[in-house]
Design a protein around this ligand. Structure first.
Ligand code: UD1
Length: 359
């Protein structure tokens, strides 16, 4: 084997992927035998949804930005495919890494498979068993084309095994938790206000459905606690287009712009409760041992429900309010989602796969 450098191309495009990319990039940078090319699809483009994270994590500017922007799903994937194909042709990566379950992920996977470039999927194997969810379709497409599966949990490994995928499957823990383990998360001196609930909402099933969004917004105003609610751009647009601004109880709900990763962790950590439909926020609440009400009909992070840290309420006002009142803290927390070493494990397996000798 020569000392030649191997080129890994990461394909990212949406907020949760910048977080996973940050952890992966740090692990890759310690490897002289690996070169890392970062391709941003441009699926997320607002400062608060994209650039903020590159700055916060000291990530280099992406080598490419396709600038696909907001489009209907198939068109967004098509634009990504077109741009990625040209970049793969130019860069000739030895391996492509995709993350999670977005349209960018699916496009990154298809483009790699069509060019016979080995594909690694970080956050493989997660399933919600409902193909009406856009992310579920992306997960299925991506795992069908993946060569190296990095799954955060044992549940992920079992899901893959059920689909006959048993080769090159590695349970690594969740890579975004690496950042919480390794960063010295400072509590700023600013006092956290009186007990509050931290809320987020962005899933298409909640934001595109008038009745559900109404239930969620009125539930947030009825929890009997102050609510801190950073609003995703799609949710803000939905609130405006449904004419729901007046439903938001301004006394009870503090609306804010989407915040950075570490500020989000601080707000989760000090909350009495979290209310969310975001997979990332569900697992971070579990990590910080803060109860989480899941305003969705299912989750891919069932471990958190089984241990009693999360409760699936769905987007129903009555159920959300009641769950908030009746919730009892569980006596057990297995820390099963990660130990801060996922990035390292992934890089080791990539080196093995690429036949890079150990020093
Ligand atoms: C996407 C992912 C979802 C992920 C989420 C994290 C898919 C199918 N969905 O959902 O899995 O959990 O990112 O946020 O890939 N918008 C802006 N500015 C932005 C980004 C989005 O205004 O920077 C608005 C646009 O109105 C856009 C809408 O949000 O039409 C939806 O954006 P899109 O990227 O398609 O999906 P997300 O809801 O962000």
């Amino acid at each position: 084997m020569t000392n030649q450098s191997h080129k890994i191309a990461s394909v990212v495009g949406a907020r949760p992927q910048f977080i996973k990319l940050a952890a992966f990039h740090r692990a890759v940078c310690t490897e002289p035998a690996l070169t890392h090319v970062i391709i941003h699809s441009g699926q997320h483009y607002d400062h608060d949804m994209s650039e903020q994270f590159f700055k916060e994590f000291n990530l280099p500017e992406p080598n490419y930005n396709l600038g696909v922007g907001s489009l209907p799903h198939n068109l967004q994937i098509a634009r990504c495919l077109e741009g990625l194909d040209a970049i793969y042709e130019m860069e000739k990566p030895d391996l492509v890494v995709v993350y999670g379950d977005t349209n960018t992920t699916a496009a990154g996977a298809i483009a790699a498979a069509k060019r016979n470039i080995p594909l690694a999927h970080i956050e493989a194997g997660l399933r919600e068993f409902d193909k009406s969810i856009p992310e579920e379709v992306n997960k299925l497409i991506t795992d069908a084309l993946t060569d190296l599966y990095f799954t955060p949990t044992e549940t992920g490994r079992q899901n893959l095994a059920r689909e006959g995928r048993i080769k090159n499957v590695y349970v690594t823990g969740d890579i975004s938790l690496d950042l919480i383990f390794h960063e010295n998360i400072k509590d700023t001196d600013s006092p956290v206000p009186e007990p509050y609930v931290f809320a987020t909402c962005h899933r298409a099933s909640n934001t595109e459905n008038r009745d559900r969004l109404k239930e969620i917004l009125t539930a947030l105003g009825s929890l009997g606690k102050k609510v801190i609610f950073p609003v995703h751009p799609r949710t803000r647009a939905a609130i405006e287009s449904f004419g729901f601004s007046s439903l938001i109880d301004k006394e009870a709900i503090k609306i804010m712009e989407p915040c950075g990763f570490f500020e989000t962790q601080r707000l989760i950590r000090h909350a009495s409760f979290v209310v969310t439909d975001s997979g990332g926020v569900i697992k971070e609440s579990y990590f910080h041992k803060v109860p989480c009400l899941i305003i969705d009909s299912q989750t891919e992070w069932m471990e958190t429900v089984e241990e009693g840290w999360s409760v699936i309420t769905g987007p129903k006002k009555g159920v959300i309010v009641q769950a908030c009142k009746e919730y009892k803290l569980p006596g057990y927390h297995s820390n099963c989602l990660g130990d801060g070493k996922a990035g390292r494990r992934i890089v080791e397996k990539l080196k093995e796969y690429l036949n890079i000798p150990q020093p």
